[in-house]
Ligand binder design. Structure first.
Ligand SMILES: NC(=O)c1ccc[n+]([C@@H]2O[C@H](COP(=O)([O-])OP(=O)(O)OC[C@H]3O[C@@H](n4cnc5c(N)ncnc54)[C@H](OP(=O)(O)O)[C@@H]3O)[C@@H](O)[C@H]2O)c1
Length: 411
């Protein structure tokens, strides 16, 4: 991702990006796209290099990682990490060392990968006094629970399906026991409440003993079962827990299905703000890691935002060229051949009809169509011709339709 986005990042930040040494365990392993000359198995090659300004840690684990990150921060290097296990145990210590060394540590990818929840809590909502953080912060368990409800699978079958699709590790214990969610909630609660919360402060219950019967009965009663991380201010203190819970179908968290994550932030000043998106994955995690690198570069340069806004120089696309799907309602005289005449015009204008509904009303009929995505200009031209037919009464109603495109959402 750094390579793909290099030009934009360099333009926006005003810095030249050079990839430094890359620490791995196994130098012989094939790594497509990685410059072999940069690989090293010796951590001092990274930590002692005075040209390395930012250390990106995506190796995971607590030991030896903690020692490496301490050393990097003490040497005044900035650190970006995706390591929830480390941060949920030693985050406060690492933040303190960063402050004492006049540098910084960023860790957006450690909770909910691509969802920018830490930056939102740390910066955008800093003044809001957060009172509650409720999250679906583990994609594996959310997928399993969604499958149990939607497809009526048993826990074991749904987990096997998650493993087959790459949403669950071969050993899923961390996820299904709630330990992974507890680590993420400790990090989110610490940032939200400006207080130290470690993983050991978070009692957690997983989904591994949940039965299909209870998921089905909950659905009959109008609830989805979700593994929730719940952090709240209670009487001046902080409580953080992870447990499976019934969520009413009309609650926004109930609609978050499959491997997605979501975090609902509550504060009396801003009411509720929900962030939803992919909570794991290679490019998703890389997006958060690279954004942290950019934030570190950006904090050193006042022109960062200005450059980011103007420098790519992309033109504005005329709206007539942008494809959209449409809903069209026509009021027509109920006589033979109307639908054929309308369809012929759409055919000539190369606009394709996805669904048609015709409803008779006295001497008139309502003709309702959903059109496949196509450039707006073509649809408008076709509808103008249709509106001019002698069969058509009243002004046609044309609305854009979301999510009816093949594959991509309608812009
Ligand atoms: N994958 C995700 O969706 C995701 C999402 C959010 C956060 N994270 C976090 O990102 C981190 C990495 O996860 P991952 O799934 O990318 O792990 P991974 O595939 O196992 O990659 C870890 C990398 O670090 C290297 N490494 C590990 N231990 C090392 C050591 N002691 N010395 C030198 N190099 C070492 C490995 O080298 P070799 O290749 O030589 O073994 C490998 O290249 C974890 O903290 C994880 O919690 C991952």
């Amino acid at each position: 991702m750094l390579d793909d986005r290099r030009a934009t990042i360099e333009r926006a930040s005003g810095h030249r990006l050079d990839m430094g040494p890359i620490l791995v365990r196994d130098l012989t392993k094939p790594r497509p796209g990685v410059e072999r000359a940069l690989l090293t198995a010796d951590p001092t090659v990274v930590l002692d290099d005075p040209d390395v300004a930012i250390v990106v840690e995506v190796m995971g684990g607590v030991d030896p990682t903690l020692g490496y990150l301490r050393a990097a921060l003490e040497a005044g290097k900035a650190v970006v990490t995706a390591n929830k296990q480390l941060l949920s145990r030693h985050g406060p210590e690492l933040l303190r060392i960063a402050e004492e060394s006049g540098t910084e540590i960023r860790f957006e990818a450690s909770a909910c990968a691509a969802i920018p929840v830490i930056k939102v809590l740390r910066e955008s909502l800093l003044a809001a006094e957060i009172e509650g953080v409720t999250g679906i912060v583990n994609g594996t368990t959310n997928f399993v629970l969604s499958e149990m409800r939607r497809a009526g699978r048993s826990y074991g079958d749904a987990l096997a399906q998650a493993q087959a699709l790459g949403y669950a590790e071969a050993d899923p214990t961390e996820d299904v026991s709630g330990a992974d969610a507890a680590a993420k909630m400790a990090i989110l609660a610490s940032i939200a409440f400006h207080s130290t919360v470690r993983i050991d402060d978070v009692p957690h219950q997983g989904i591994d003993r949940l039965q299909r019967e209870d998921v089905e009965l909950a659905a009959e009663l109008g609830f989805a079962v979700k593994l929730l991380g719940v952090a709240r201010l209670v009487g001046g203190g902080v409580t953080v827990r992870v447990y499976p819970a019934l969520v009413p179908f009309d609650h926004p968290l109930a609609a978050v299905d499959g491997p997605d994550n979501a975090v609902l932030l509550e504060a009396s000043t801003v009411r509720e703000i929900m962030l939803v998106g992919p909570g794991a994955g290679g490019t998703e995690t890389a997006s958060a890691v690279v954004a942290d690198v950019l934030s570190i570069l950006g904090t050193h340069r006042g022109s960062f935002l200005h450059n980011a806004l103007v420098d790519a120089g992309r033109p504005i696309v005329p709206s007539g060229l942008v494809p959209s799907a449409f809903y069209l309602r026509l009021s027509v005289l109920d006589r033979p051949g109307v639908l054929a005449r309308v369809a012929a015009i759409f055919g000539e204008e190369d606009v394709s009809i996805r669904t048609v509904l015709q409803k008779g009303e006295d001497d008139r009929a309502r003709l309702v169509m959903v059109l496949h995505p196509c450039p707006e200009g073509r649809v408008v031209a076709a509808v103008e011709r249709v509106a001019a037919l002698s069969d058509v009464r009243d002004e046609p109603v044309l609305l854009r339709a979301l999510g009816t495109g093949e594959g991509s959402p309608v812009r």
